[in-house]
Every structure is written in C-alpha cells, then in structure tokens.
Design a protein around this ligand. Structure first.
Ligand code: BGC
Length: 381
C-alpha cells in the first residue's frame, strides 16, 4: 500500500516542478478581491489587492480607480504604505476629499472659466475651483465606479479598468471609451497605461492623483528631496490658470533640476508660491511628449525610499498638499495636515483647450489617446 502512494506523490512533485519551470508567472504574484462597500446609488465597490513577487502590495478600488494603499520597502526592507487615503468607502465619499489616489478625467487640472470651443461649438463645464473647471468637474472619473478585471502580465500583476463616459457627461462632447491599466511589476514598478477613443471631437487629459509620502507618514514631505527634469514651468494667475508663459526655473524657487529639499525654498517671498500656497504648478518636461523619459525623482533620507517617475506626457504638476488643513483623518487615524503628501501628476498643460500654443489635448474620432506613466520604487542607502 505504501509504495503506490510514494510513487504518486513523487509523480505529483515532478509534475508541479515541471509546471513551475514552464511558466514565467512568479509563484506569489497575485490579485485577490473583496467588497469595499456600496455607493449611495446601490453600486457595489470592489477592492483589488495586487501583490507582486517581492511582497509589494497595491490596493485599488473600482470607485474612482483609487489606489487606496501602496507599500514600498525602506532601506531595512520594511514594506510600508506610502500613499494617503482612507480605511473605508465612507472616507472617500466625504465632501471635499482632494482626489486622494484617484484617476482624474476627462481633463486633469484646470480649464479657465470652464469653457472651451471646438469647431465653433462652445462647451460649458462645471465651475468647481475658484471660477474655473478642475479635474473633470463635479462627478469626474474620480467619482465613477469603473469596471475592473485582472489581465495577463507575465512580470507581475495587472488590473484593467474601463469606463464609458457618455456624450455630454460633465459637459464634455463625445462618448469616451476609457481604459486604464495598472501594472504592478515584480521589479517594484507601477506602470499606468491610459487609452481612450471618442466618437466626437473632444479634449482629454488623464492623470493619477496619488499623494505620496515616502516616510510612510512619519513626517510631512518638506524633507523629501526632489528633482524635476524641467528647465521651465508654467506661471499661473491668481486662480491658478497658466498665463501662457514658459518661465525658466533658473534662479527661482521652482528650480529642481538638481535634487533639492521640497522645503528648501517653499517659503520664499514669491508671487507664484503665494498663488499656490506653495508648489502647485505644472513643469514643462525637458524631453517633451512621446517617449518614456524621466520626469521626476524623489528621495526620503530617513527611510531611504526613492521614487522615479517616467512618462510619455509633456508635463508634470507638482502639488505639495498645500490645501490639506488637518480636517481629514485618514488610514489608521492619521491626520492629513498641510504638506503631508506629494502629488506628481503627469499630464498635458492645464487649460490647453484655450491656449493654442500649448500641445494639443484634442482627440478626434478614429484617433487613440495613449499615455503611459511609470513609477519606480527603490531605495538609496
Ligand atoms: C491641484 C490643486 C488641488 C489639488 C486637489 C491638484 O492637482 O493642482 O490645486 O488643490 O489637486 O484638488
């Protein structure tokens, strides 16, 4: 009786080893899902927990495509959550939550006075930010429930989110079929792949609004060092709309061409810093649009964590959580005070639909909107 059992277990072992050697799929990279609650509309929100084979974990909910948590190792190898957010859906449904971890669309950043014209038709959008339109309107892509499914990715795990934004939604023309894929790589990278098509001429500018804190909330972000691969930034008016000028960063507090503490110049006497209550500006990337070039790099000395951002977009909005004021309490009871998070929002320039000299954000039927951003998480001793 014992011998056949032994042979069967041996055969099983050989079979399992053979399976393992023929697949590239790392053993412990996986996605699980669970309910994250119900929206007032009755829609179910699902949370996907994505884990790579290093143990890095990223949770995403279908509501807003929000990254609710993301862990990265420090120099001692300890994985900790490095993004702002809430423990439950109620947190995200509160009034005035400033887009923590969310997908932003149809138009990330601002459109002056909520108006733009395409082929002599004027479109009017919601005014939701000091006289302007911000981040897609009252119910932007951050507040819709996306469809989600796991997709094949040999070097990690991937989740595909889709949403059809109907013609006229939030005032924008065209049925916009949108697809965003989050790819968590086994090399501790997060690639975000955006795609959209329309059936009527429209404008699109998608981004991701995670607030990073590489110290894992042990301190604010003023001690983080930052490099932005940009010799110019876009100065704004008092309502944070670009004036149209591409201003050299040299000799200004906006010079991050070399690694510099976020807090080094943030309190300098400077009209632009006054308007934004600190950094809340769009930097024009040196490498321009198209290829995946280095856009920015952050480093937090105590943890040793580094974050590199690569993008096909022509610009990056750097926002240092200036409007956080301690009224929101997030995960684990952490109070989100001014400058507890650093947003690195890759995008086209704000207000491009009204500023023809800026790279175009128009999308025509038959064309494909494509954009990619990669976040690389690492350590420096
Ligand atoms: C904007 C800020 C805004 C923040 C949260 C950023 O992308 O540039 O002005 O306060 O999002 O809404």
């Amino acid at each position: 009786m014992k011998k056949p059992f032994f042979i069967i277990t041996q055969l099983l072992l050989v079979f399992l080893m053979a399976c393992n050697s023929t697949t590239d799929q790392p053993q412990n990279a996986n996605i699980t899902s669970k309910s994250f609650g119900t929206l007032p509309s009755g829609e179910e929100v699902t949370q996907y927990i994505m884990t790579n084979n290093q143990g890095m974990e990223m949770s995403v909910i279908t509501y807003g495509g929000i990254i609710t948590s993301l862990t990265a190792p420090d120099k001692a190898g300890k994985y900790e959550d490095i993004v702002l957010g809430f423990d439950n859906l109620e947190g995200y449904l509160q009034d005035g939550v400033p887009y923590f971890g969310a997908l932003i669309g149809r138009y990330g950043n601002r459109i002056a006075k909520g108006k733009f014209t395409l082929d002599s038709t004027e479109y009017e959008l919601a005014i939701n930010n000091i006289g302007n339109h911000l981040h897609g309107g009252l119910k932007g892509f951050d507040k819709v429930n996306w469809s989600a499914k796991e997709v094949e990715y040999a070097d990690g795990v991937a989740l595909e989110l889709t949403y059809l934004s109907a013609d006229g939604e939030e005032g924008y023309p065209g049925n916009l079929e949108t697809k965003v894929t989050y790819q968590l790589g086994n090399d501790n990278t997060l690639l975000i792949d955006y795609m959209a098509t329309t059936d009527k001429k429209t404008v699109v500018n998608l981004t991701q609004h995670s607030y990073f804190n590489l110290s894992a909330m042990k301190e604010d972000v003023l001690n983080h060092q930052l490099m932005v691969n940009a010799d110019h930034f876009l100065p704004v008016d008092s309502t944070l709309i670009p004036t149209g000028e591409l201003r050299p960063v040299e000799g200004t507090p906006f010079n991050f061409t070399e690694m510099k503490k976020v807090g080094a110049d943030v309190n300098q006497e400077n009209q632009q810093l006054t308007y934004g209550l600190g950094y809340d500006h769009c930097w024009v990337l040196n490498e321009g649009a198209g290829k995946m070039d280095l856009a920015a790099k952050a480093y937090e000395p105590n943890s040793g964590r580094t974050l590199e951002v690569y993008t096909s977009e022509p610009a990056i909005q750097v926002y240092t959580g200036n409007f956080l004021d301690g009224t929101l309490t997030g995960k684990g009871g952490t109070v989100y005070n001014k400058r507890t998070g650093l947003c690195l929002e890759t995008q086209h320039f704000p207000d491009s639909p009204n500023q023809p000299e800026f790279p175009s954000t128009e999308l025509n039927p038959g064309e494909k909107y494509e954009s990619q951003t990669k976040f690389v998480f690492g350590i420096r001793e």
